[in-house]
Design a protein around this ligand. Structure first.
Ligand SMILES: Nc1ncnc2c1ncn2[C@@H]1O[C@H](COP(=O)(O)OP(=O)(O)O)[C@@H](O)[C@H]1O
Ligand SMILES: [Mg+2]
Length: 251
């Protein structure tokens, strides 16, 4: 069974009638890392929002462990909300600027892990922050007092504290300097190995997607043009568009 599956998803935005997705199907298996690559405007973020349950598609279904997410209620819905976590492009925007970083990290635990006392909660947070290569004294600061790379680590920590089974990472390093990008990607690779979490990894950068993923869907104008194994990308790529993304040149 797939962990998360999009079946025949279409999305026509009601305000402008624009068809952002047309019959897209994708499956993410247990512990798998699935990539979506395509230029800006191809529908990647729309698909990510739909698969994460943030946006309702106009056609098709999303299944989480075989169940239609539109039909989840009560505890099942809560489980889905914690099991699927997001990491977006702009980490600072994802944090309340008036909160200390400790409070940023405590908030979701307070809501979702009522079994934990304050001490236990803080210990979990400090362990996680160290695991991501940050000093714990950073936790007294606010979002505007840290770097972009530090902020993305905090956002990753916040997601991981809920022990997700699948992480949707949408352009999660695009706003960072190249050297910091590499650090964050390697952290995510370690997390993958340690936790067995599945990833839906989205980027316009095909090299990054290739480095991180097992399987890659290439998107163009709201459709999947081809699906390729990451380690056979160059050999197997058929479409001109994929070749263009790979930087192949034509005579
Ligand atoms: N809420 C919306 N209403 C209308 N059109 C939208 C909305 N969100 C995105 N779009 C359009 O859908 C297309 C796909 O956008 P998006 O999914 O953000 O692409 P990507 O993430 O690949 O850059 C774009 O043309 C965008 O302008
Ligand atoms: Mg996007």
């Amino acid at each position: 069974m797939s962990m998360l599956e999009a079946k025949d998803i279409s999305m026509v935005f009601p305000d402008n009638g624009y068809e952002a997705l047309s019959r897209v199907s994708i499956r993410v298996g247990e512990g798998e890392s699935v990539g979506i690559v395509g230029e800006s405007g191809s529908g990647k973020s729309t698909l990510a929002s739909i698969m994460g349950g943030l946006l309702r598609p106009t056609g098709g279904r999303v299944l989480y462990q075989g169940r239609d997410i539109a039909e989840l209620r009560g505890q099942e819905k809560k489980d889905f909300r914690t099991s699927v976590q997001y990491i977006f492009q702009d980490p600072k925007q994802a944090m309340n600027p008036f909160y200390s970083l400790m409070r940023v990290l405590e908030e979701p635990l307070r809501i979702n892990r009522k079994d934990l006392g304050r001490q236990e909660r803080r210990r979990l947070i400090e362990d996680m922050v160290r695991r991501l290569g940050l000093e714990t004294d950073l936790l007294s600061r606010h979002a505007d007092e840290i770097s972009g790379g530090q902020a993305q680590r905090i956002v990753i920590a916040r997601a991981l504290l809920l022990e997700p089974r699948i992480i949707i990472a949408d352009e999660c390093v695009s706003a960072l300097d190249l050297s910091v990008q590499a650090q964050i990607i390697n952290i995510l690779r370690h997390i993958r190995k340690d936790t067995g979490a599945a990833f839906l990894f989205i980027s316009h950068d095909i090299e990054l997607v290739r480095y991180f993923c097992d399987r890659i869907h290439v998107m163009l104008h709201g459709r999947i043009v081809e699906t390729l194994d990451a380690d056979r990308l160059r050999e197997d790529a058929q479409s001109d568009y994929t070749r263009l993304l790979l930087g192949d040149t034509y005579e």
